[in-house]
Ligand binder design. Structure first.
Ligand SMILES: Cc1ncc(CO)c(N)n1
Length: 225
């Protein structure tokens, strides 16, 4: 079995639990609180901004021209394409998107997740370590969106476009990310493979915590209350 296939099987229970968490269930019912959506957008705008910058840190770690070209396209996609999904959420919350993101916030949970990716980019010379910390970003959303679509009819649901976006747009990216990780994993040591696994799993847990952060309106102050 390919290394990334094994990773994906290991995290399936985490993804199923994210599907069952109140943020996603609120989207399924179409009654998620507007406050949760706004909190999410404030954090996610910053998250995606940093995600794009971390792609740029991968460029010197890669040697294949096609791969580098693909990363450059991905930077554009994260900065310009994925905004579509954010607009769907802002429309639901009936707030102006630009106003929401003007004062984006580094809440404890999103802050931790972003720094997990940066740590790996600076700590390890091979791109695979960072990619394992980044891949759950597209992977978890793709899998959650597919579960949502399989189990419910989204016609008339205000989050339909969000679900359709993540169910379809992540496929090509996952193929590239899986390819890089599998290639490295083939000749990696046991210890290196253990770090790759840990990075991937931790980011899936960060994804779960990110939705719950928005649902519970987490702030630095609320953590100590
Ligand atoms: C936190 C987070 N993870 C994944 C995605 C999907 O790209 C996103 N927009 N935000």
């Amino acid at each position: 079995m390919m290394f990334t296939q094994q990773l994906k099987e290991e995290v399936e229970p985490i993804i199923e639990s994210i599907y069952n968490d109140p943020f996603i269930q609120g989207m399924v019912r179409g009654d998620l609180s507007k406050e949760a959506v706004i909190h999410y957008l404030k954090a996610d705008h910053l998250y995606l901004n940093e995600f794009a910058k971390i792609y740029s840190l991968l460029i010197p770690k890669l040697d294949d021209k096609e791969g580098i070209k693909f990363l450059l396209e991905q930077i554009d996609f994260v900065m310009n394409g994925e905004v579509t999904a954010h607009y769907t959420l802002a429309d639901y919350a009936q707030v102006d998107y630009k106003t929401i993101i003007k004062d984006g916030e580094w809440y404890p949970t999103s802050d931790h997740y972003i720094k997990h990716m940066y740590f790996n980019a600076y700590r390890y010379s091979d791109a695979a370590f960072t990619i394992c910390a980044m891949a759950p970003c597209p992977y978890v959303y793709q899998q959650v969106a597919l579960k949502m679509k399989e189990r419910h009819d989204f016609n008339g649901n205000p989050f339909k476009d969000w679900v359709d976006f993540y169910a379809t747009e992540m496929k090509l990216l996952m193929e590239h990310l899986d390819g890089w990780v599998d290639e490295f994993a083939e000749h990696a040591s046991e210890a290196e493979r253990a770090v790759l696994t840990k990075n991937f799993k931790e980011s899936c847990i960060h994804e779960k915590r990110f939705f719950n952060m928005a649902y519970t309106q987490e702030t630095w102050e609320s953590v100590v209350e």
